[in-house]
Design a binder for this molecule. Structure first.
Ligand code: SF4
Length: 505
């Protein structure tokens, strides 16, 4: 009897992890292969995900779960589909398998964060290496199913179709897959020839099916898309939708059934849940957090992203969230929002990201960032944020303004990750030039050193908050490593900062 499934959905190994329950550790996949030996990287940052006895992931990447749900809603049979652990592909693929569909965040290792770290430190993008390992899996080579690829990094093949051919991927879907997947998978099963690249149509509310299996760290989509329309960003091309609360609760229940203990609400700006534009609907946001937090069995609630403009425009919403989540208490010392700073320059914000500042004026952006950080800090919400060096049109005074802004954020517990500008397909800046290590100026280096210094300052406190529920062994190892390594790293950063200090004439 064949063991294989007709449709096998999977991901690369960097996505097959619950990251010790700490979603932020997932970003470690952007660290190039070779920076940290695998024997340390995987146990510390990316422990292997659980698989059941069939080889299925117990908790899978949310995007893959969404496509699985879309296929089931589109009439595919449950027994034909498996969301498989990448280490178990040999158990689920055989001559019966017609499609292997892979989700990838950064298939060629050229996403903004990976590119930045590869540029600065060398090595090769880890996610690209791990994707190749999936593609050369002996079961795939032997049975030659159709290979489909989607996920946040799919745009990379629109820029590099030659790489897609090299890797033998039959079809790449860029953008949303909910509405597109059922038809595409039917064509693939029917043996029709597939277009190598498809742009997925934005799904209507009815097309967005509820997930039917556990998602990584209980992540659940509350909103999709972003109306702020930053010129460099992929979600800017998406239609904005808030999912009905009862659908969110269905997915909470699915996650509890699978063994998750809480819910991580996802949205590009969670504070715009049920907003009719860019104004915070405070009652709806607090009601969302409160209802999910009070759902029987839920022990914690977090959120993925928020915008500083929304936060500052509605302090009552932030205070309400902190109250509902009991932030600052022993069991819930803090929560984390990813927020975008991108630049401290009002000129660059006005040029590329006017919507990010709304309801404020671009000239107020540095104040919005500073006061937004202060507000979130006071309410035990830690900002994990990004800045972008080399935005098109960047002048030396823009870099200086960003450095000044980052220095002003020192009192607020946060992490600030500097990225080198990388143009991405489907964004308004897709044809702009990226920034490379060779182009970095002394001012860029000074800004980089300011960010590393800020992060090092806050790392012990962040780790204390973030790790309160972590495995004690992992906690002990990292605490020991920090005690040992911090003085060395601090010393190196200070030498780096001194070397690149911009001396005014
Ligand atoms: S606010 Fe964030 S998600 Fe929205 S368009 Fe800008 S960068 Fe993208």
């Amino acid at each position: 009897m064949p063991l294989g499934y007709k449709i096998v959905m999977t991901c690369d190994r960097t996505m097959a992890s619950s990251y010790h329950g700490l979603m932020f550790l997932g970003f470690s996949a952007c660290l190039p292969q070779g920076i940290l030996p695998d024997c340390l990287y995987y146990p510390l940052f990316c422990p292997n995900a659980r698989a059941d006895k069939r080889g299925a992931l117990v908790f899978a990447n949310y995007g893959t779960r969404k496509i699985e749900a879309a296929l089931l809603a589109g009439g595919f049979a449950r027994e034909d589909i498996i969301v498989a652990h990448p280490d178990h592909l040999h158990e689920v693929i055989d001559e019966n398998t017609k499609i292997v569909s892979i989700s990838s965040n950064d298939p060629l290792g050229i996403g903004p964060a990976t590119s930045t770290f590869v540029e600065l430190w060398g090595g090769e993008g880890r996610m690209a290496v791990k994707l190749r390992e999936v593609l050369v899996n002996p079961a795939i080579r032997k049975h030659k199913p159709k290979l489909l690829l989607g996920g946040p990094g799919a745009w990379q093949f629109a820029v590099h179709p030659d790489k897609q051919r090299e890797l033998g991927i039959d079809c790449v879907v860029v953008g949303e897959g909910d509405a597109t997947a059922p038809g595409l998978f039917k064509d693939a099963l029917g043996g029709k020839s597939l277009e190598p690249l498809i742009y997925g149509a934005p799904a209507s509310d009815d097309d967005i099916a509820d997930i039917v299996g556990g998602s990584t760290i209980g992540i659940i989509e509350a909103t999709r898309g972003c109306a702020r329309s930053c010129a460099f960003c992929i979600p800017s091309v998406k239609k904005v939708r808030s999912r009905p609360l009862e659908r969110i609760l269905n997915e909470v229940q699915t996650n509890l059934d699978a063994g998750n203990t809480g819910a991580l609400l996802h949205g590009e700006d969670i504070l715009l849940y049920r907003s009719d534009g860019l104004r915070v609907n405070s009652d709806a946001v607090i009601h969302l957090f409160e209802t999910v937090r009070n759902y029987p069995g839920v022990q914690w609630v977090g959120a993925s992203h928020a915008s500083l403009s929304s936060a500052l425009s509605s302090p009552a919403t932030i205070e309400g969230i902190a109250r509902v989540l009991k932030l600052g208490s022993r069991h819930h010392p803090a929560t984390y929002f990813q927020v975008g700073i991108e630049t401290g320059s009002s000129t660059l914000i006005r040029r590329h990201m006017k919507g990010k500042v709304y309801p404020y004026d671009p000239k107020d952006w540095p104040r919005v960032v500073h006061d937004g950080f202060a507000l979130l800090h006071e309410n035990h919400i830690v900002c994990t944020s990004t800045i972008i060096l080399g935005l098109p049109g960047e002048r030396k005074q823009d870099i200086e303004q960003t450095t000044k802004l980052i220095r002003s954020l020192r009192p607020y517990q946060s992490l600030i990750v500097p990225l080198l500008f990388t143009p991405m397909e489907t964004t308004r800046l897709e044809y702009a030039a990226g920034l490379y290590k060779k182009d970095l100026t002394a001012r860029h280096h000074e800004l980089l050193a300011t960010c590393w210094d800020h992060n090092l300052h806050w790392l012990p406190a962040l780790w204390a908050n973030y790790s309160h529920k972590a495995n004690p062994l992992l906690k002990g190892v990292i605490n020991f490593g920090m005690r040992l390594g911090m003085p060395i790293v601090k010393n190196r950063i200070h030498r780096y900062a001194e070397k690149h200090k911009v001396r005014q004439p």
